[in-house]
Design a protein around this ligand. Sequence first.
Ligand SMILES: Cc1cc2nc3c(=O)[nH]c(=O)nc-3n(C[C@H](O)[C@H](O)[C@H](O)COP(=O)(O)OP(=O)(O)OC[C@H]3O[C@@H](n4cnc5c(N)ncnc54)[C@H](O)[C@@H]3O)c2cc1C
Length: 407
Amino acid sequence: MPSETFECVVVGTGPAGMIAALALASRGVRTALVGPAPNMNDSRTTALMAASKDFLENIGIWAALEADFTALEKMRLIDGTTRLIRARETTFDAHELKLPAFGYNILNKNLNRGLEKLIGENCDVTFIEGSVTSVRSSPTEATLTLAGGQTLAAKLVVGADGRKSLVREAAGIDVDTWAYKQSALVMNLSHDLPHYNVSTEFHRETGPFTLVPLPGRESALVCVEAPDVAERLSRLDDEALARELEDIAHSVLGKFKVISERQVYPMSGLKAKRLSGNRSVLVGEAAHAFPPIGAQGLNLSLRDIAVIADLAGKAKAHHQDPGGDDVLASYERQRWSDINSRTNAVDLLNRSLLTSALPIQVLRSIGLYTASTLGPVRRLLMREGIAPTFLLPRLMRRTAPTANSRA
Ligand SMILES: Cc1cc2nc3c(=O)[nH]c(=O)nc-3n(C[C@H](O)[C@H](O)[C@H](O)COP(=O)(O)OP(=O)(O)OC[C@H]3O[C@@H](n4cnc5c(N)ncnc54)[C@H](O)[C@@H]3O)c2cc1C
């Protein structure tokens, strides 16, 4: 007999898992969250787009996290290649969309700390520190076994357990995986000049070099390089590294100083062949992962979470099974095309930077030229960068019912 029963069990305590538990609780679904203590040593940052902020507002957690976010008001794209055909520099301004900012950047450790606190204060979420070793399902419920032998029962399981997802494996879901000959070197920098809340992205032959604003005169850097170059850079002493990075950035922010540890992430992609089964749905990197280009990863995950929280909340409100076949099929239907198109778009963008084929360079330049000069194209691109115009989940819309007015 399971020792405890919940309406939903979320597996995984990364940002996706913690936000999923809070979102489900906001829709009245009694939820357990199972995973290790959240990671407080992740010095990466995450940029959440405006639609993701609206979602966090709608589930009632934005106000508690807001102080740790830095607004991204403009995005500046600079062709940093030395190729024959180079694209024109383009700056996108959120005010053109009548938004105060495109997105908001936060240190992952601050995000995780804020989410952990919110979970501790939420009486509809029970945090169970541990690791799930098996998930089995019957026609009426799923049973999860934890490493210490404890068992939990739930109607619905949300797999937010990352790239090596056990929930996915237990549901018999295969994945497509692929690797890029690139690594992302990540760290935080301070600089002499103010960033004026502008995120600057240099497109280089080896991948993007992106500076994303943090509070004060600090920015997060994601520098995509050939794996051996990323390794070499990561082994330089602070001064030599800061000098090389400043050269790449053409000193747009003045002199750099390295203010965090450096992390190197080999770049790869993953896509689950299905998103549900075994009374389980997959969200976040359990379902999809791709290179950190254009700040899309967690934003896409929040759209997964918005859909499953809405479906489970509605099922519960109508006394239906939140892990039943209808909910699983609807989740699959609503998420498939967004996940596919974002994964393909990020892959295409990355490959278009890497290729030296002249026709592709010409197309890329024409695309950016059109974006920089034609208002409607600019605005369409800006809106799509924030979230898909036609597939925005209900809980991400500004008109969505909030945590206190479920419908
Ligand atoms: C360099 C870099 C920069 C990025 N920048 C951005 C950005 O600016 N904007 C953006 O939107 N995205 C960004 N991303 C993507 C974003 O960081 C990821 O989408 C996000 O961190 C993944 O979150 P997740 O919760 O899905 O997975 P993870 O963070 O991998 O969490 C999985 C969790 O599941 C737990 N777990 C695993 N197995 C079990 C088990 N059996 N039982 C219990 N728990 C288990 C793990 O311990 C972990 O807690 C970036 C990624 C990288 C690499």
